[in-house]
Design a protein around this ligand. Structure first.
Ligand code: AP5
Ligand code: MG
Length: 213
């Protein structure tokens, strides 16, 4: 099963993608997580990506497309994968479509997790992330067992650099301008499904499972 998660920053793409990956035993591929791991490890890619991410801008397509096309060609993706945060521009979507076409394949579902902008800023300021294992918490709705410490791996939790309110607004603007057009792109391919992302997390997941079957 090959799935794309669409939705604004903070809509819950990562939260849902992790659960989908668990239930259907497919890898969760988050370009944001890949960039953050590179930043943490001080790689060249990380240095370049950070310049854009900290401003709430998209990392250029040249740095992003090949990375994902390589990743989905790996062995563990043979039975499918769930993409979280990619594609984010029409050229990225076209690069993905082309890469799959060459293998005689195509995506099965593009799931849009729909949350209005008003709800987003509130969610982001409460989010805490583990940069070691990628787990995500919320100080009110999903607090870790021990404040500031990841339940999964015991590392320190952080407020992401790009979750400051002024950067969140910029990310929302960029989303509406560059990523929202993908909703039409996948509607035309006949694989778009929408879920109401303002519901409780379990209910959002139940809706997604109904769609995926
Ligand atoms: P990325 O890491 O992908 O960030 P994003 O799209 O902005 O999305 P987020 O991770 O912020 O939100 P999410 O939808 O995953 O929500 P989450 O589940 O955490 O990208 C970061 C940056 O990297 C980009 O800005 C860009 O610079 C760069 N980048 C990445 N991919 C790129 C690409 N393809 N091309 C170019 N640049 C790229 O949930 C948010 C919070 O809400 C959490 O605290 C969570 O616990 C809580 N929550 C989740 N669901 C619910 C619910 N139902 N009810 C209440 N709270 C909830
Ligand atoms: Mg995410």
């Amino acid at each position: 099963m090959k799935i794309i998660m669409l939705g604004a920053p903070g809509a819950g793409k990562g939260t849902q993608a992790k659960q989908i990956a668990g239930k259907y035993s497919i890898p969760h591929i988050s370009t944001g997580d890949i960039f953050r791991a590179n930043i943490k490890n001080g790689t060249e890619l990380g240095k370049k990506a950070k310049e854009y991410m900290d401003q709430g801008l998209l990392v250029p397509d040249e740095l992003t497309c090949d990375l994902v096309v390589d990743r989905i060609g790996q062995d563990d993706c043979k039975n499918g994968f769930v993409l979280d945060g990619f594609p984010r521009t029409i050229p990225q979507a076209e690069a993905l479509t082309d890469a799959l076409n060459k293998l005689g394949e195509s995506m099965d579902f593009a799931i849009d997790v729909d949350v209005p902008d008003e709800n987003i800023v509130k969610r982001m300021s409460g989010r805490r992330a583990c940069l070691d294992c990628g787990a995500t918490y919320h100080i009110v709705s999903i607090p870790p067992k021990k404040e500031g410490i990841c339940d999964v791996c015991g590392s320190e939790l952080v407020l992401r650099d790009d979750d400051k309110p002024e950067t969140v607004q910029k990310r929302l603007d960029v989303y509406h301008e560059q990523t929202q057009p993908l909703i039409d792109y996948y509607k035309k391919q006949g694989i778009l499904k929408s879920v109401d992302g303002t519901q409780a997390m379990e209910d959002v997941f139940a809706n997604i499972v109904e769609i995926l079957g």
